[in-house]
Design a binder for this molecule. Structure first.
Ligand code: CTP
Length: 413
């Protein structure tokens, strides 16, 4: 699902202040570098008590800066030079003390000096707080964090959970993978900022009895990638997911359902509050008329065929589109998916007309279910557009841009 080089060409200035969470930054650095970012590490003296510059240099592939008196720079001005090439300055972990320094604009060592000397318009600042829950909850810290936000800084986390001191609460630094997702999201154009997007994903499961059911091969990966891309593009995303084992993309509200009827019940009452609805789910078309209360047993000596009646499930996408047609705002903008095994363009166009939606995204089911890549065909009233085979996250980003254009967000693309 991932776009392997999604940070290619990005320059991240990564500052570590003192805290046990420093160990997570080794992994974060690895993830950033693997995604193509150039990572320049700066460490305070306190950070070096938790992790060594040797580790950080080896992982970032660049010499680490620890002192404002570093004579390696020709002009002896590391605090100026370091931020001039950077696209983002991330301080992680950001201790309570370091946040206080940033809030006051103090600059008595290299990292705080660099933060103060950075060009505000070209190198935004993000901090990932890491501290004990009492320190986080203290009015002084809350005041300092509010001041940082007012000064334009982004605040990643903190999380709630077990703390190194043995207490449980708010203040724990985000995990490396979560910080990585925040950095990737930061670099995505916010083409859907202020928009609310609802989508369905995955298969549905229609019970036959308590242990068996009808389902299909959809993995949910494409829908989850669309949810992730839309959230990273600034949308407020709600994802109604069938039974899949995929992590919820950061910032996305998830509602888990099992059957098509439950998916319908989760979607319909909410839909009119959204700007966009995307049906990526492979909804089972039929369900057993009656689910058995107990496991259906084999009859010994009976080799006859088991049969049961099926009834059709409600069509969620068509129902949302019909409801939107009644809405004077024509809301939400409806996008369907078509998973076909052949004749993609014809079937996709047929669904566009039959379900009365504005856009249908066609893909060949057997060639994509469970895989990390896909190829899409965008079909609307005016024609077709192919999105050639690529990883699902890259395709999802392209689809999000396409939808943003249709919503009139052309200026931001
Ligand atoms: N869909 C839905 N509710 C259903 C069936 C489908 O919301 N009960 C949505 C899917 O999420 C998708 C689109 O309709 O966005 C097309 O789904 P697909 O399964 O390809 O088509 P069907 O309508 O089931 O038609 P067919 O089985 O004939 O291909």
């Amino acid at each position: 699902m991932s776009d392997a080089q999604q940070l290619s060409g990005r320059h991240v200035l990564l500052g570590l202040s003192g805290g046990i969470a420093c160990y997570k930054i080794a992994e974060l650095t690895r993830l950033l570098v693997k995604a193509g970012a150039m990572v320049q590490v700066v460490m305070t003296e306190a950070a070096q008590a938790f992790i060594t510059p040797v580790t950080m240099q080896a992982l970032s592939n660049r010499p680490v800066y620890t002192s404002q008196w570093d004579a390696r720079e020709d002009n002896n001005m590391a605090h100026i030079n370091l931020s001039r090439e950077a696209d983002l300055m991330l301080i992680a972990p950001a201790s309570a003390d370091f946040i206080a320094k940033l809030a006051q604009g103090r600059a008595d060592e290299l990292l705080s000096l660099t933060a103060l000397a950075r060009p505000l318009d070209r190198c935004p600042l993000a901090v990932a707080p890491a501290m004990n829950r009492e320190m986080w909850a203290h009015p002084a810290t809350q005041r300092n964090v509010a001041q940082l936000r007012a000064d334009g800084a982004l605040v990643f986390g903190p999380d709630h959970g077990d703390q190194a001191c043995g207490e449980v609460g708010d203040g724990r630094m985000l995990e490396a993978s979560e910080l990585f997702d925040e950095v990737v999201a930061f670099f995505q154009p916010k083409v859907l900022a202020g928009k609310k997007l609802l989508l369905t994903a995955g298969p549905t499961f229609e019970p036959i009895d308590p242990v068996r059911g009808l389902t299909n091969l959809s993995s949910g990966k494409m829908g989850f990638a669309v949810a992730q891309a839309a959230a990273q593009a600034g949308a407020d995303v709600t994802l109604v997911a069938g039974p899949v084992h995929l992590p919820t993309p950061r910032g996305v509200t998830r509602i888990d359902v099992q059957t098509a009827q439950q998916m319908f019940d989760a979607v319909l009452p909410r839909a009119s509050a959204f700007d966009v609805f995307i049906g990526t789910a492979a909804v089972a078309d039929w369900r057993p008329v009656q689910a058995h209360a107990h496991k259906v047993k084999k009859q010994t000596g009976d080799s006859s065929v088991l049969s049961f009646d099926l009834t059709e499930n409600p069509d969620i996408l068509a129902a949302v589109a019909a409801q939107a047609a009644q809405d004077p705002r024509h809301q939400p903008f409806c996008v369907g998916f078509a998973a076909e095994s052949q004749d993609l363009a014809r079937h996709a166009r047929d669904k566009l007309v039959r379900k009365k939606v504005q856009l249908v995204v066609g893909n060949l089911g057997p060639a994509t279910f469970g895989r990390d890549d896909n190829a899409l065909l965008l079909v609307d009233a005016s024609g077709d557009r192919e999105l050639p085979r690529a990883d699902k996250l890259s395709l999802a980003r392209e689809l999000v841009r396409d939808i943003a254009r249709r919503l009139g967000r052309v200026d931001q693309i």
